[in-house]
Design a protein around this ligand. Structure first.
Ligand code: 5GP
Length: 129
C-alpha cells in the first residue's frame, strides 16, 4: 500500500481538498506555494502514463475542477500542472497557483508550514470546489 493509499483510506491524516469515488485531492505536505495540491487516482498505479486512457482522462478532468477551485481561493494568473512522481510511486498531479514562473520551483518549499494555515487553505479550496 502506498503512502497516498493510506492517506485516501484515512490511515494517515491529510488536508483534504476534494474527493469523488475515483479520485482524491489534498495539500502537498511540503508546498512550494500556498494552495499546492496533489490530485491522485484511488487506483494504485505508479506511473501516470500507465493509467488506462479513460482513467487518465477522468483524472485530468477532476484536476481541472480542483484547479478552478484553487484559482478562486488563490487569485493567480494560472494554475500550473506538473507531474514528477520521482518520490512517491503512486500517480499524482501537482497543481500550483502561479503568479510567475518561479512559483513552481520544486526546489523551493515553504518552510514548516503552519498546520492551522494548511487546514485553512484546504478548507478554503474545498469551499470553492
Ligand atoms: P513526486 O513523487 O511528485 O516527486 O513528489 C511527491 C510529493 O508528495 C512531494 O511534493 C511531497 O512533498 C509530497 N508528499 C510526500 N509524502 C507526503 C505525505 O505523506 N503527505 C502529503 N500530503 N504529501 C506528501
Amino acid at each position: 500500500m502506498t503512502i497516498f493509499s493510506k492517506i485516501i483510506a484515512g490511515d494517515i491524516p491529510s488536508y483534504k481538498v476534494a474527493e469523488d469515488d475515483k479520485f482524491y485531492a489534498f495539500l502537498d505536505i511540503n508546498p512550494v506555494a500556498w494552495g499546492h495540491t496533489l490530485v491522485v487516482p484511488k487506483q494504485e498505479v505508479d506511473y501516470i502514463f500507465d493509467l488506462d486512457d479513460a482513467t487518465l482522462g477522468e483524472l485530468t478532468v477532476f484536476a481541472k475542477k480542483v484547479a478552478a477551485a484553487i484559482k478562486k481561493a488563490f487569485p493567480c494568473r494560472k494554475v500550473g500542472m506538473a507531474v514528477l512522481g520521482l518520490e512517491v510511486p503512486h500517480a499524482h498531479i501537482h497543481l500550483v497557483p502561479l503568479k510567475s514562473e518561479g512559483d513552481m520551483d520544486f526546489k523551493h518549499k515553504i518552510e514548516n508550514p503552519d498546520p492551522a494555515e494548511m487546514k485553512r487553505v484546504a478548507d478554503l479550496i474545498a469551499s470553492h470546489f
